[in-house]
Design a protein around this ligand. Sequence first.
Ligand code: FPP
Length: 253
Amino acid sequence: MSMRLPFFKNKQTTDIINKVLDSPPEHVAIIMDGNGRWAKKRGLPRIAGHKEGINSVIKIVRSATKHNMEILTLFAFSTENWRRPTTEIDFLMKLPKEFLHIYLPELIEKNVRIDMIGDSGALPAHTKEAIQYAKEKTKDNDGLLLNFALNYGSRFEIMQAMKQVIHDIECSKLTVDTLDEAVFSEYLYTKGMSDPDLLIRTSGEQRLSNFLLWQLAYTEFWFTDVFWPDFDEKIFEQALLDYQQRKRRYGGI
Ligand code: FPP
């Protein structure tokens, strides 16, 4: 009996974990941080960290599909990242194409739909085309929505939305009285998407960096010191389990 008890306990624990992971957060957003430091620690150029980061992306996408998540939003390039050296920007801009070149068939097979949020206008043609191609190829899929935030900045997004709202009021498509939070949300890049339930940021930094400021109003935050290239399914599942223990009150009691 004393031999069997630990086994029984382990099985029970596994069952609980599986149960929890069967009802994951609907929408998870991730600030994938620490690629540069990961590379520096190994005496490698920063771009080696970004390249390695692709492996973590696919690991987390696989896990998200396995757990029937609805939306995974990944912060891949911010409006502030243009301040980086040109060589690093050029490299970062090639990553979506490289990722999709390798993994698009698997994403299609896994019923993943690809989309992007951000100002696509300023992206190089090859980046835009790669995303557009993947969007087109996956537009009828109804599994996980894999949402890349590329040239994304939340303040810019909100300003653009405000300008469009003013325009629509001026041309009588909208009235001030009918404008409310739900209507305003429809002017954001995330139109039609639920707000993230969980935000993860890797690498020990604990800030939002102009990411989804409107959408994260009631989101649960989860931080880890792990650099993005070391982030894997196990750590992701730990975040999901921790999320399940949170009591979301939305301002109530
Ligand atoms: C932040 O780390 C990371 C980025 C600015 C880029 C994130 C991109 C990827 C992980 C790859 C994206 C993959 C696809 C498929 C688009 P950092 O460079 O700021 O790291 P540091 O804070 O250690 O310097």
